[in-house]
Design a protein around this ligand. Structure first.
Ligand code: ZN
Length: 261
């Protein structure tokens, strides 16, 4: 029943395990393996993590692995006859009583976005989330930053999520930045944690409220007359006020944070 398994890990097969992936994890599988149980031969003592990734699913997408109904860690060595059930993060059933694959909670809300997700990074900053982004970031830099600073990697590159140093990641499916933000918010349940306009869009530094007197010398004359509330960025020294540009961004953020109808 293991016919057709061509994964590199299977060339020295000594055990056959049965796999079933749930919900959106199926998107990563070959079409004939989606939404059903299938058997796959595994190398001797292949780990659950190794086989899951060999089948195409980045480990960062996985929250819970059950083997014969018992939750196991990623390094669990698979044996002949194991039945492996693999669940994504935040699947809609309560996994809290079960031991998950990681020691640390996944709901960190600090991000590092890959070089193709500048629009999403901008919107995350606009809604108050600490998001590192630079269109010159290489994959190894993103891996290093994520590991050193405990950041969730945002990417549409599943190979980036397979890197060893990346423990927390989110594979972004949507192509447009507004839809990407909605996807990340829904998946990580972020809407209640949004703090719009508390972070610099240019450099990601938290903004700090200041008295008008401290910045008045730097303001255009019209702004001096019309506005009383100001904030500064200690990272890049910009001054912000709630002018027409801010009101347009406010309308955009309100639309993004509104419940989907
Ligand atoms: Zn700044």
């Amino acid at each position: 029943m293991a016919n057709g398994c061509t994964e590199p890990a299977c060339t020295t097969a000594t055990a056959t395990a049965t796999f079933r992936f749930y919900a959106e994890l199926n998107d990563f599988l070959a079409p004939q393996r989606r939404g059903r149980e299938f058997a796959c031969r595994c190398a001797r003592a292949a780990s659950a993590k190794h086989m899951i990734e060999a089948l195409g699913v980045p480990h960062t997408e996985v929250e819970l692995v059950l083997v014969d109904g018992e939750s196991v860690r990623f390094d669990h060595a698979l044996r002949d006859g194991d039945r492996v059930s693999v669940y994504p993060k935040f699947e809609a059933f309560d996994v809290t009583p079960l031991l998950r694959v990681r020691d640390r909670a996944l709901r960190e809300t600090r991000f590092v976005a890959d070089a193709h997700l500048g629009g999403l990074a901008h919107l995350l900053r606009m809604t108050g989330f600490d998001t590192l982004y630079d269109n010159g970031f290489r994959d190894d830099e993103i891996e290093r930053i994520a590991a050193a600073e405990g950041r969730i990697v945002l990417t549409r590159d599943r190979d980036l999520l397979k890197r060893r140093g990346v423990t927390h990641g989110c594979y972004v499916r949507a192509l447009r930045s507004e839809l990407q933000l909605r996807e990340v918010f829904d998946r990580l349940d972020l809407t209640g944690s949004a703090r719009p306009f508390t972070r610099c869009l240019s450099c990601n530094t938290p903004l700090r409220g200041v008295d008008k007197a401290q910045v008045v010398a730097r303001l255009p004359p019209g702004v001096r007359v019309r506005h009383e509330r100001f904030a500064v960025c200690d990272g890049c020294a910009r001054v912000f006020w709630e002018g027409s540009h801010w009101r347009r961004m406010r309308a955009r953020v309100d639309a993004l944070l509104a419940p989907a109808s």
